[in-house]
Design a protein around this ligand. Structure first.
Ligand code: FES
Length: 116
């Protein structure tokens, strides 16, 4: 396992089954930011845990990001729905805006996120 510069190990692939997520946090310019990785249709994606409607976490601290049908990421505050694949808000008060993406790379069964 070799970490690249400004990269963190989030976990192992088998820790995040399809339709599930894992939160992580990191420091940036003195602030602690929270983000999450999701496993969706065989791919991994990561976003900052910050809604584009109001700057609040999408979950209620419970690592629950998917809508009940598993097709979208949902903000528990006012119900915005986001595409798991692009982070675009497809319904709700911030329609058309995007979650902030965190680059993800899977190498040798490990999930890494770049935190530039
Ligand atoms: S804070 Fe997310 S929809 Fe309002």
């Amino acid at each position: 396992m070799v970490l690249k510069k400004r990269e963190i190990l989030v976990g192992k692939v088998q820790e995040i089954p399809s339709g599930r997520s894992k939160k992580f946090s990191f420091k940036k310019e003195g602030d602690t930011l929270e983000a999450f990785v999701i496993h969706y249709k065989g791919n991994f994606y990561a976003y900052l845990n910050r809604c584009r409607h109001v700057s609040l976490p999408l979950d209620f601290g419970d690592n629950d990001f998917f809508s009940s049908d598993g097709k979208f990421l949902s903000c528990k505050n006012h119900g915005a729905l986001y595409s798991p694949e692009s982070g675009e808000c497809v319904a709700g008060p911030c329609y058309g805006s995007f979650l902030e993406t965190v680059p993800v790379e899977v190498r040798e069964g490990n999930i890494y996120c770049s935190i530039r």
